[in-house]
Design a protein around this ligand. Structure first.
Ligand code: ADP
Length: 250
């Protein structure tokens, strides 16, 4: 089976010289939901930005990333944005249209879907995220949680093969977190979720990648890695509460 995504020895240095990724390799198969965890500055966002082609900026693309076996090229960027739907940390970075329906329609329109199809995709996506009837509202007047749902609807409307989420619970209150987890569970698309919210990672992701200083330091079943206190501590993390009573070797 060809993996949905394969990253082979990815290196990246920002313009100021910061070495953010130092040889990252992993594969994700169709249907998986994979957690990406690690301390601040580990390189999580940098990886996600590479997956949908937003990085490298003004630099030659290396063949380090394969989407369904195909390398990302400058010519394939539009297809890449469609293939990998990226949810940014801050919804305000993703919303720029006067109304919710225009924001959700933006992606499918860009990918050349006919108007009638776009209308259906928008309604379907708003329905899935629980925002039916919000079409003519201005996204900028919605709550943080609702804005995030609009962003998720915009991604669903593009029908991506891989859904990449950067810190999706960061600004949510406990109820917002619960609702988001429920929503993500209901979306069957292959996912990679970067987060410090290890409870959510435990609940949603059967497999986890641990990243530290630009390198993958562990890749395996979430429950095994996250209940390994030594591994968590060494990499600036903490065994989550829901696993507190689980012994690492059981
Ligand atoms: P994480 O998402 O795990 O917190 P990031 O991918 O944001 O990590 O950052 C990885 C490293 O790259 C950090 O050292 C960070 O300071 C650096 N970095 C991130 N964005 C930039 C940027 N635009 N310019 C320079 N350095 C950056």
């Amino acid at each position: 089976m060809i993996p949905i995504i394969e990253v082979q020895n990815l290196h990246y240095r920002y313009h100021d010289g910061t070495e953010a990724l130092r040889g990252v390799s992993f594969k994700i198969n169709e249907g998986e939901c994979v957690g990406l965890i690690g301390p601040n500055g580990a390189g999580k966002s940098t990886i996600l930005l590479h997956l949908n082609g937003l990085l490298p900026e003004n630099k030659p693309r290396s063949p380090a990333i394969l989407l369904a076996g195909q390398p990302i090229t400058d010519e394939s960027l539009l297809e890449v944005h469609k293939f990998v739907g990226l949810l940014f940390q801050n919804p305000d970075d993703q919303l720029f249209c006067p109304t919710v329906s225009e924001d959700v329609a933006f992606g499918p329109k860009q990918f050349g879907e006919p108007e009638e199809v776009v209308r259906n995709l928008v309604q379907d996506a708003l329905n899935k995220v629980g925002l039916s009837g919000y079409d003519n509202r201005s996204a900028h007047h919605l709550s943080g949680g609702e804005k995030q749902r609009v962003c998720i609807a915009g991604i669903l409307a593009c029908q991506p093969r891989l859904f990449a989420l950067d810190e999706p619970t960061k600004d949510l209150d406990p109820r917002g977190r619960r609702e988001l987890k429920k929503l993500l569970k209901s979306i069957p698309t292959t996912k990679i979720i970067a987060s410090h919210d290890l409870e959510m990672i435990t609940e949603l992701c059967s497999r986890t990648l641990v990243l530290d200083r630009g390198k993958i330091v562990a890749d395996g079943p979430t429950v095994d890695l996250l209940s390994n206190e030594e591994l968590m501590l060494v990499h600036g993390l903490e065994k989550p509460h829901i696993l507190k009573h689980r012994h690492p070797h059981l």
